[in-house]
Write a protein that binds this ligand. Structure first.
Ligand SMILES: Nc1ncnc2c1ncn2[C@@H]1O[C@H](COP(=O)(O)OP(=O)(O)O)[C@@H](O)[C@H]1O
Ligand SMILES: [Mg+2]
Ligand SMILES: [Zn+2]
Length: 500
């Protein structure tokens, strides 16, 4: 007898439909899996056999052949276990009715428990696209899968319960989507903790307001890392569509915690990370840090310590907002729309200006490591000095809180949303050259010319985008000379001005 069960494979961030066909016929007992399975899938035979036995089902003493279709798609991981087990039972006559209408995804333990899988939301979205009405998933993944609107999702704890459900001996309530497990990022670290550093705070606010990439340069202990960690707290909360994207990415990476992720990610990979760790790759392909930071922040602390090859690899994703990972004949695309935040010391000895022992050669060598691939993706560069000393407790006047800064950021973002509504971009940093020239209205264009003239075409666009954001923060429809002047000041001429 032949039975078919629908399930899904992951390709990049998307679920693709897979049909598990099982044929049970007379012959010497055998159990084989065909259809481009990887080792984890082939091993599912052992899990399925044991799980069925431990769920009170006799494994057919016949020739059992499993085909995963389409055969051209490479199948990886253990998420096909459950569909295979159900199809085996159905092909052996253990379920009423013909082919199963429900889609089934899950990994099995030997005892028959259904274990969570990666990519549950991506698969559920694919199921909805494919017209599936009901999907049976591991209990732990149910709130995530249920985010796919209009799909009925049932979380099932064990294979035995799943079979009872399919036989009609048990009913189950559809899972509710878990909305807002995180809530807005209000309880992260607060800017009120940062002493002084007015310039850097201003730069961080502008970066947040326009979505600009930012590099902070300053001596150790100035508070660069501290400021960086406070960026997510002043960004606007993700829209529903962005939250779904973030949840999908985290689900595929195995980081999802069971519901809608409503907090923007903050990723701070160590500088020893490889290029493929940063942008994605490997067999099977995995998303890199820039994808895990999608719709959030990618923080590269100690920027010059990163391997040049890693930074080169990051360039294209930052430009395009997506990464293409090539694996064999196939290309997998991951989203990579992250804000880049980077920090570095002013010189290799990393001491304050007065105590610096670096000579020019040291400094030039250090600067070379910095310049190049990434710098032209960075709109804003700011320099920090030593922070003011702590004032005795009690007299401490706290800095402005993240909540207040976030209000200004949100107001500036609203102006951008309004202005860019029909342009397909969400913030000033995402405007291309054409759009920048069209939307940035310079008042006093003649006076502005000297400030712009010294810059390259690309440099001008960068300054104009930044000036647009500064004007938005000032609630000014036109970009004034003062906005332009401030924007020009955030350019990087020599990354080591601070140390020189
Ligand atoms: N501006 C500041 N305000 C308050 N504390 C600071 C400031 N700068 C540094 N610190 C303190 O020093 C520690 C190290 O700062 P950090 O942000 O790691 O510096 P950096 O990354 O520039 O080397 C912080 O954990 C914090 O306690
Ligand atoms: Mg630091
Ligand atoms: Zn030095």
């Amino acid at each position: 007898m032949l039975a078919k069960v629908r399930t899904f494979a992951l390709e990049g961030l998307d679920g693709l439909p897979v049909t598990v066909e099982v044929d049970v016929r007379r012959g010497l007992p055998a159990f084989s899996v065909v259809g481009l399975p990887d080792r984890a899938v082939r091993e599912s035979r052992e899990r399925v056999r044991a799980a069925l036995a431990n769920s009170g089902v006799n494994f057919p003493q016949q020739r059992v052949t499993v085909n995963l279709a389409p055969a051209s798609l490479r199948k990886t991981g253990p998420s096909f276990d459950l569909a295979i087990a159900v199809a085996v039972v159905a092909a052996d006559g253990g379920l009423p009715g013909g082919d199963l209408l429900d889609a089934v995804c899950g990994e099995l333990s030997l005892s028959g428990e259904i274990r969570p899988i990666r990519g549950a939301l991506a698969m559920a979205l694919a199921a909805r696209r494919g017209g599936v009405a009901r999907m049976l998933v591991p209990v732990a993944n149910a709130p995530e899968s249920a985010l796919a609107d209009g799909l009925e999702v049932i979380g099932v704890p064990t294979l035995a319960e799943l079979l009872e459900l399919l036989r009609g001996d048990r009913t189950a309530e559809p899972a509710m989507p878990a909305l807002a497990v995180d809530g807005p990022d209000r309880d992260g670290p607060d800017l009120a903790d940062v002493r002084g550093q007015a310039d850097a705070r201003r730069a961080l606010e502008i970066a947040a307001a326009g979505g600009h990439n930012l590099l902070m340069i300053g001596p150790p202990g100035a508070g660069k890392t501290m400021l960086a960690r406070r960026l997510p707290g002043i960004l606007p909360p993700p829209t529903m569509a962005e939250a779904i994207e973030i949840t999908k990415v985290q689900g595929v990476a195995g980081l999802a915690r069971g519901g809608l992720v409503t907090r923007r990610p903050f990723r701070a990979p160590h500088h020893t990370i490889s290029a493929s760790g940063l942008v994605g790759g490997g067999v099977p392909p995995k998303p890199g840090e820039v994808t895990l930071a999608h719709r959030g922040v990618l923080f590269l602390d100690e920027l010059p310590e990163f391997a040049r090859a890693s930074l080169e690899a990051l360039r294209q994703p930052l430009e395009d907002g997506s990464v293409v990972v090539v694996r064999g004949q196939r290309a997998v695309e991951y989203p990579a729309r992250a804000m880049l935040l980077a920090a570095c010391n002013g010189c290799p000895c990393a001491r304050p200006a007065g105590e610096c022992t670096c000579n020019d050669v040291d400094r030039i060598r250090y600067a070379r490591r910095l310049s190049g691939p990434l710098l032209d993706r960075i709109d804003l560069v700011c320099e920090l000095g030593q922070p003011p000393p702590p004032i005795p407790a009690g007299k401490l006047e706290p800095g402005e809180s993240s909540g207040r800064v976030r209000e200004r950021v949100l107001a500036a973002r609203e102006l951008q949303t309004e202005r860019l509504r029909d342009e397909g971009v969400s913030c000033n940093a995402a405007m291309d050259a054409r759009l920048t020239r069209r939307t940035v209205l310079l008042r006093d264009a003649t006076c502005a010319r000297p400030a712009l003239e010294r810059l390259s075409g690309r440099g001008q666009d960068r300054v104009l985008r930044l000036a647009r954001t500064i004007a938005d923060l000032a609630d000014s429809e036109q970009v004034l000379l003062e906005h332009l002047d401030e924007a020009v000041g955030y350019r990087l001429n020599d990354p080591h001005r601070a140390a020189a």
